[in-house]
Design a protein around this ligand. Structure first.
Ligand code: CA
Length: 97
C-alpha cells in the first residue's frame, strides 16, 4: 500500500483498537480516549512537531456533540486537525485560513 493508504488504514485501526475496549465498540469513552492519547499521541518526537495549543484545541473539540463518547467522525476530524497543526508548525500560519 502507499503511504497515504497506510495512513488511512492506520487511522481506522487505531480507532477500532481503542474504541473496542468496552461494550460500546464503535465509540471512544473518556477512558478509552485517555488511553489512546497516552499511547498514540504522546511521543516527544511528535510533541516537538506540533504546537501544544493545537493538540489541546484538537482534543477539546473532539466530542462535538458532548455525549461523553467519541464516534469515528469526531475522531477522524480530530486527526485531521492534528495534521493541520503539524503542517502549520512546519510551514507557518496559513494565510487567510
Ligand atoms: Ca468503546
Amino acid at each position: 500500500m502507499s503511504k497515504l493508504e497506510k495512513a488511512i488504514v492506520a487511522i481506522v485501526e487505531v480507532f477500532e483498537e481503542y474504541a473496542g475496549k468496552d461494550e460500546q465498540k464503535k465509540k471512544l469513552s473518556n477512558a478509552e480516549l485517555s488511553e489512546l492519547i497516552k499511547t498514540q499521541l504522546s511521543s516527544p518526537d511528535f510533541q516537538s512537531k506540533i504546537d501544544k495549543d493545537d493538540i489541546k484545541e484538537a482534543l477539546e473539540k473532539i466530542d462535538k456533540n458532548h455525549d461523553g463518547q467519541v464516534n469515528f467522525g469526531e475522531f477522524s476530524q480530530c486527526v485531521s486537525n492534528l495534521a493541520r497543526g503539524y503542517y502549520r508548525k512546519k510551514y507557518g500560519k496559513e494565510k487567510g485560513k
